[in-house]
Design a protein around this ligand. Structure first.
Ligand SMILES: [Zn+2]
Length: 175
């Protein structure tokens, strides 16, 4: 339902009337609002969407516009949420560090010693979004330079850059 429940209940007749007009306009014989008919209409809309490039573009355009127009509102919401839940976030972070202190310590040491980045990702050669990667948290000053997408991949697999040197992966960036 594209409306909030409260809105739907307050404007029910108006909404149903609009839908009836839409059915007539699109030559869909009205057969009440049973589930079967609803599915048929949804299938019709999906089909038109898939076949019609213009509709897809218009929809993408609209989404982009909505995203832009609500940027500030969204930011304000997240700021407010963070302010209200600051303590929980802080506590969660403390808990994470307590349970797994090595990554935190390694990161802090790298920052403290100002270990420089390499010129590019050691795996795919990207020159943007570079991050430091620890193949072994017990050697905190031993770092590799990886782009953020490679880093995510290595972290999830627990491997170092050499193992995947020539492998293709999803969001690989061109140099
Ligand atoms: Zn990379």
């Amino acid at each position: 339902m594209p409306y909030s429940r409260a809105y739907y209940e307050a404007h029910r007749e108006e909404i149903l009337q609009r839908e009836r007009e839409w059915y007539r306009k699109h030559h869909i014989q009205e057969r009440g609002y049973d589930k079967k008919n609803r599915e048929r209409i949804n299938a019709y809309c999906r089909k038109r969407y898939a076949e019609n490039k213009e509709i897809r573009e218009r929809s993408a355009e609209r989404a982009k516009k909505y995203y832009k127009e609500h940027l500030e509102a969204r930011r304000a919401y997240h700021r407010r949420h963070y302010a209200e839940h600051k303590k929980e976030y802080f506590e969660k972070q403390r808990q994470r560090i307590k349970e797994n202190p090595l990554p935190h310590r390694a990161h802090a040491l790298v920052q403290y010693h100002k270990i420089p980045f390499g010129p590019q990702c050691e795996s795919c050669g990207a020159t943007v979004n570079l991050e430091r990667h620890h193949p072994d948290y017990n050697k905190p000053l031993d770092v590799q330079t990886l782009c953020s997408s490679c880093n995510k991949l290595f972290r999830s697999r627990g491997e170092n850059a050499n193992a995947l040197q020539n492998e293709q992966h999803g969001s690989r960036r061109k140099v």
